[in-house]
Design a protein around this ligand. Structure first.
Ligand code: MF3
Ligand code: CO
Length: 287
């Protein structure tokens, strides 16, 4: 780009006063053999503003679930809460019809790792731990986050895996720095999980998000510190490790082709946040 031309990002500033420094820096890192993000995944100020609105609705949907979720409720009822709240506020649940997914939200209980399908016959019981993973499209912009919910009195085993999963995500967030690497986040998460005797699922991970549901990069939570893509201001992706009590291995439901279960029937927990890399740090866009 010509230095005095208006920047491609739509900021209204000249390229030399806007993305030129960042892009020169990216080129230097690339020449050093680093994996760098393509320009198309660096969000513009306008896109960031719109994606933040989508993320705010996504948070409100999760809050609506949090208010109502209880023992005796079916996961299909959670699906209705998500569909109704989202559409009433002008959004579209991103999972609905996504690659054939039949519902508006993923609800994954106990030994389910992720992608559980809401069902009238799955009734929340005392002692259950449940991940509710909500993803929203608002005016064409995507957001994604998940929380763990606990039903009544849960076992110490269940309490511990949720606590450690929260700690893993917080450590991942703390390790995320502009001009650092995705692997720094992964290493912070994986080492804390392992120190607590847990494992991190390897083949399912996080993803870029914002303009589409799943964008580049794939975000692993098991890669070494200093490895993987450089974290450049404007990147947006999810931090959503799946922490297993036992083996990291899993299998997919043969009947519905979606629900992922731990191979050894151990518990699994997951918490997901969506983050934006900025010049001065990381911003968490969801709750
Ligand atoms: N929310 C899930 C994620 O974090 C998306 C699962 S795809 C679905 O990537 F179709 F199951 F929703
Ligand atoms: Co996600």
């Amino acid at each position: 780009m010509e230095r005095n031309a208006l920047c491609w990002c739509g900021s209204g500033k000249k390229y030399k006063k806007c993305h030129m420094q960042i892009e020169e820096k990216i080129q230097l890192h690339k020449a050093n053999g680093e994996i760098v993000p393509p320009r198309k995944i660096l969000k513009t100020p306008y896109q960031i503003e719109m994606i933040k609105k989508s993320a705010a609705l996504n948070t409100a949907v999760l809050d609506a679930v949090a208010e109502k979720i209880c023992i005796g409720m079916s996961t299909a009822e959670i699906d209705r809460i998500v569909y109704d709240y989202t559409t009433k506020h002008g959004g579209i649940p991103a999972p609905l019809n996504y690659q054939g997914f039949p519902k508006s939200v993923c609800t994954s209980l106990n030994n389910e790792v992720c992608h559980g399908i809401p069902d009238e016959n799955i009734i929340l019981q005392e002692g259950d731990i449940v991940n509710v993973d909500v993803s929203t499209i608002l005016d064409g912009f995507y957001s994604d986050a998940s929380r763990m919910f606990t039903m009544g009195k849960i076992s110490e085993r269940a309490q511990r895996i949720i606590k450690v999963t929260e700690e893993c995500v917080q450590r991942g967030l703390a390790a995320a720095k502009p001009w650092g690497h995705l692997g720094d986040i992964a290493d912070a998460i994986n080492s804390h999980a392992q120190a607590n005797g847990y494992s991190v699922v390897e083949d399912i991970g996080g993803h870029g998000i914002g303009l589409d549901f799943h964008e580049e990069p794939f975000v692993s939570y098991v890669t070494p510190k200093g490895s993987e893509m450089l974290l450049v201001p404007g990147m947006m992706f999810t931090i959503e490790p799946m922490i297993n009590e036992g083996s990291p291995d899993f299998f997919v439901d043969e009947d519905n082709d979606w629900t992922v279960y731990t191979i050894d029937d151990g518990l699994s927990a997951q918490i997901e946040y969506m983050v934006l890399v900025k010049e001065d740090g990381i911003e968490v866009l969801t709750k």
